[in-house]
Design a protein around this ligand. Sequence first.
Ligand code: WT7
Length: 589
Amino acid sequence: MISPSSSLPSVPPQEAAAIEWERKPKTIDANLKDYDAAYREFNWKTVEREFDWSRTGKVNIVHEAIDRHAAGARRDKVALHYTDYAGRDERYTFQDLKVQTSRCASVLQRAGVKKGDRVGTFLPRTPELYIAILGINRIGAIPVPLFEAFMEQAVEDRLGDSEAVVCVTSPALKSRIPLAKLPALKTLILVGASGARAANEISYEQAMAEAPNWVEPEWLTVDDGLIIHYTSGSTGKSKGALHRQYAMVGHYQTSKWALDLRDDEIYWCTADPGWVTGTSYGIYGPWTLGITSVVIGGRFDPDRWFQTIEKYKVTMWYSAPTAYRMLMSAGEAIPKKYNLSSLRHICSVGEPLNPEALKWVKRITGLAPHETWWMTETGMQLICNYRSKDFPIGCTGKPFPGTYATVVDEQGKEVPPHVLGNLVVKPGWPSMMKEIWNNPAKYQEYFRISGWYVSGDTAYKDEHGYIWYQGRADDVIKTAGERVGPFEVESALVAHPAVAEAGVIGKPDEVRGQIIKAFVALRKGFQPSEPLKKEIADFVKTTLAAHAAPREIAFVDKVPKTRSGKIMRRVLRAWDQGLPVGDISTMEE
Ligand code: WT7
């Protein structure tokens, strides 16, 4: 949290003088031609008219994303290109997805799923994952996508809190679902199962083969649930951000104006649907626009990534700074092997894109990635750079038309240019989360500064109104673009028999933005050693998730805490950087 405005730090304007600009040609055939005019005039009501529900009153995302295309000129257009470079190479038209998501809907109905029920998906990035999410939506149930790298504790937290009744998963992943601790979870639908199954297990393939080709969508209102994405805060376990059907209005328009998607697009969003980018912009945005999407399975591999652009002639690429930096560190020889000339627009999300990475991508593709800032909770992009608008390299961008994002002090007053403050948004944009599942108090915390949604990020505005992200105001960690809560990692650490106390921070890292560093105090009888560090890190990997495991562990005698028992991560960060610890008058002892 930021101190009162009298002592707010400011960012020296002379730094601004050194800024380079990404200049755009006077005429560019972007969907959004004149940002400033749109910002003055745009009204969300005009977007509602793009959806059939504005005339029929019958709402369901699957109708707008799939069925209406399958009933019209896009019937045989490819909606999804998929390859895993390991034997699967498939394409699905909008008509195919209409059939597949209908069958999946029927399978779910037969498993007893009803409107409003939560259904987990716990699958690798495969067509079945996309079909399952939309199959769940088709019957008005609420998908809870789990990232495939989650281990038992992470799975239990999310399926437990959401009280999911069914989970669509695979034989390989199901061992991480602790059924005994999940009383609401009645049935597992297993993709790729062979042989004997337990009484509560359904074979996806068998059930799909027996299911009908058409299931009418459950008709909803714009206020009904669309999806729950779990995400991390600085305190407590992960929390479920519930989005409404109305969010599609935001997904649609930002996909049109920020991603600049057009009808002939070959669009590649590299995010997994386990995270919000993989659904808002991997499913709902592009498919409500009727766009062709590319999805690849398997692990990150620089060669395959560039090969994918060449293979599918990708025209629009939406990825993340850590990915760009990992491609950069793999060397320029790799992109040189492939024809990348199909690309016409690139965007970035998840963490700040440093100018060096931006320039590298521009060197190899001819295109600068455009920032999009948003959060799991915001559901849609809110601060962006636009294909038709000049921007200073390194800035986060300007508020999307129809939204208002700015920088305020603790009282909610906007601060002058170059003064650091809280990055906030005026509530009421279309994709704003509806609630934090089961936790109204957590929801209220986002509105602690009256009149604003408080992002938890710090930023400043420059004299041209561009917003510059500066960091988090809280202890949330962003590692390789993934959001990790220190409390979750600390809880996993103290479950190890050698660990008495643990404090966790994000440590700056050139490639990953931050890495997770743990300060660990051992129980009596345990000696610090390198093998013990590895054992502890592996323990977190196998209980929580690989991306949530500390890459660095330091043994300490005691973890610094306040007298009320709160871990002083500020002190840990100072220790890590070898800096003075500042005011420690609230520390215990
Ligand atoms: C946090 C939200 C929603 C997409 C994936 C991330 C950071 C996000 C940017 C950006 C600098 C960014 C912020 C934000 N962040 N985009 N363009 N520049 N930082 O969603 O996991 O909910 O994380 O990611 O710190 O608060 P998320």
